[in-house]
Structure formats: C-alpha cells, structure tokens
Design a protein. Structure first.
Length: 161
C-alpha cells in the first residue's frame, strides 16, 4: 500500500469510527447499520471489567465463557438494548493503525464513555480501548471485529446491573 492510499484508508476508517460513536450517542440505528460488516464479531467479554495492571486480576472476574455477538443485526440489537433508554457520550482518539495488505486494518482506539439515566444521574464512566479490525468492502470500510477493554470504570448513583 503506497502512502497516499494508506492515508486515504486511515481517513476513511477514522470517519467510520466517528460514525459509530455518533450513531450510538444519537440512537441512529440506520447509521449504525453502515458501520458494521455483515459478519462482524463483537467481543463483550472485557467491557464490564478492569484488569489490574500490577496483579493481572480482573474486577469483577471475567465471565467463564467469552461473550461474543455474531452478525450485524445481532450486534445492532445488542447495542440498542444497552443504550436506547440512556444518554451516552463516546469519545475515541489516538488511533494506532496496522494494515494487512490493502483491505484489512487493525486499529486500537483510546476511548472514554459516559452513560447517564433519564434524570442525568451517572450510571457509568469508563476509559479504555477499542480493538477493531476493519475490512474494505464494496460499500467502503466496515468494522468486522471489535473488542472493548477498560482501564477504569466509575459507577455512579444511577448504576444498573
């Protein structure tokens, strides 16, 4: 991949992830449909836990089996169930890109998110990373795999299970 092609791919993938964050926060489910590949695998295993960087322990402990959601419709339904009735704010920054050829990119995004209930009470604020694999398709770049890991979780008064 030459430099102009790589830079164009990076900008397209940045716009793709920005569309993901905006679509989740504005509850734009049709917009979210343009983010994921049909065969996406979304790994929820690490999204509700934090690994202690000194001991390696997870708090709360990891689930006994990976929490994987397969397919675009299932992933959108999962996101919708999780955030349709709450206010969310997502920020993604400092992407680190690696490419496998012309049509596959692996990106780690530093992220922060905040979830609030309808009264404005904090449910959760988190910091961590999205680990995405993106693929160039006939429709443009799409996310084919995504995993969220957290460095910090702050639970608030409006906390939900």
């Amino acid at each position: 991949m030459d430099i102009p092609e790589r830079l164009a791919a990076i900008e397209d993938i940045r716009a793709l992830k920005a569309r993901y964050f905006r679509s989740v926060d504005t509850k734009d489910w049709d917009g979210l449909d343009t983010v994921f590949a049909e065969d996406i695998v979304f790994d929820r295993t690490y999204g509700n836990t934090v690994r202690d960087i000194w001991t390696g322990e997870w708090t709360p402990p990891l689930p006994p089996e990976p929490l994987l959601v397969h397919g675009r419709e299932a992933v959108i339904a999962m996101v919708r169930r999780a955030v349709a009735e709450i206010a969310t704010i997502h920020h993604g920054h400092m992407p680190e890109f690696t490419f496998d050829g012309h049509d596959t990119a692996h990106v780690i995004w530093a992220m922060s998110d905040e979830l609030r209930d309808r009264t404005g009470r904090l449910i959760l604020a988190g910091r961590g990373h999205y680990h995405d694999t993106c693929r160039r398709t006939a429709e443009g770049w799409r996310i084919v795999a995504s995993r969220l890991t957290r460095l910090v979780i702050q639970r608030g008064d409006g906390q939900r299970p």
